[in-house]
Write a protein that binds this ligand. Structure first.
Ligand code: FES
Ligand SMILES: [Fe+2]
Length: 354
């Protein structure tokens, strides 16, 4: 019988239920928070969002302090939230009745919550979105999928260019990319893995979005992971041999910035918000609809893998059995996140759990 290979959580493991809390996480699209209270579980906690009289968003723990009925079952009344059961009303601070409140901000059409110490909430730490609202660039927003898998699996997937050749053969995959090395760089806040595949045929996805004819293209892919839970994939497709100056990349290339905001619902499920910025076919609604469908198809290809991995991980208690060279960037991303969570835990007294 072969020896059992056991490689439990090679990145050292992140303790169940521990998240980096002193950060902004996307809680919802602004359009999701309307006249009614909106409930969603974030970082393991039930949260209710609602609009106050001045239209700003407030966020409270989604539990009535009387009988713990979810406040999201109630109604909004003059900027307050009213419990369905006995009609207690609460304002956005929750203070007078001791409901924990989260600090909220709206930007890029998204509602962001600061999930940690309110005293540390700092609007200047909200992430930037490249080219959002810039002339000549189109934004595709309101993307959301529920992924029943750990956000760690999704981070690893999004930092792993090598899977695109196989899993996404019918969408963004490119067989020529298989042997191309990936370069990885990092600083304190993010890590990037990138590669250029030169003189190759356009992918099926490229062919659908633009008429590139029979020309060969150079294709650059930059996979960024910004701590604690944002991914940005920049893709550039330009005619083969074009000098890669910043000017050429934007004027002669098709460029996209594909953002994903991964907010853990729990340890084993994730809110996958996505937003896409591009410099081609701006104002073409049919092209935008086709692109949205293609992106959703690509994300669904990842989703089925993430779900299958989650099941196998829960069954075995393992994350992987062998480590490959292609795991470098994904493992580094998870290690950086683990260090961030540990550093935060060291700075703060342990959170009391009821
Ligand atoms: S349970 Fe909310 S008022 Fe009684
Ligand atoms: Fe993928």
């Amino acid at each position: 019988m072969p020896a059992t290979l056991s490689c439990r959580y090679p990145e050292g493991g992140i303790t169940v239920g521990h998240f980096a809390r002193n950060h902004w996480y996307v809680a919802a699209w602004s359009s999701e928070v309307g006249d009614k209270p909106f409930g969603r579980r974030l970082l393991g906690e039930p949260i209710v969002l609602f609009r106050q009289s001045d239209n700003s968003v407030a966020a409270l723990l989604d539990r009535c302090p009387h009988r713990l009925v979810p406040l999201s079952m109630g109604v909004c009344k003059e900027g307050r939230i009213q419990c369905l059961y006995h009609g207690m009303q609460f304002d956005g601070t929750g203070r007078c009745v001791h409901i924990p409140a989260q600090t909220a901000a709206e930007r890029f059409g998204l509602v962001w919550l600061w999930m940690g110490d309110p005293a540390l909430a700092d609007a200047s730490l909200l992430p930037a979105i490249d080219k959002y609202g810039a002339p000549g660039w189109a934004v595709m927003s309101d993307g959301y999928q529920h992924h029943p898998s750990s956000y760690l699996n999704i981070i690893e997937n999004l930092m792993d260019p090598s899977h695109t050749t196989f899993l996404h053969a019918n969408t963004i995959g490119n067989p020529l990319a298989e042997d191309k090395p990936v370069t990885t760089e990092k600083n304190d806040r993010y890590i990037v893995a990138y590669r250029w595949v030169e003189n190759s045929d356009p992918t099926p996805h490229d062919r659908r979005r633009i008429d590139v004819g029979d020309i060969k293209v150079d294709r650059g892919q930059y996979f960024y992971f910004h701590l604690p839970a944002m991914s940005r994939v920049e893709t550039i497709v330009i005619p083969a041999g074009t000098a890669r100056t910043e000017e050429n990349l934007s004027s002669k290339g098709m460029r996209t910035h594909s953002y994903k905001f991964l907010t853990p619902e729990t340890d084993s499920a994730t809110h996958f918000f996505w937003l896409h910025v591009r410099n081609y076919q701006v104002g073409n609604e049919q092209a935008a609809a086709n692109l949205r469908a293609a992106l959703e198809q690509t994300f669904a290809e990842d989703l089925q893998i993430e779900l299958a991995m989650q099941r196998a991980q829960e069954e075995t208690g393992l994350r992987q059995v062998v480590a490959l060279e292609i795991d470098r960037a994904p493992s580094l991303a998870v290690r950086m996140l683990k260090r961030m969570i540990e550093a935060e835990a060291d700075r703060q007294p342990a959170k009391e759990t009821a």
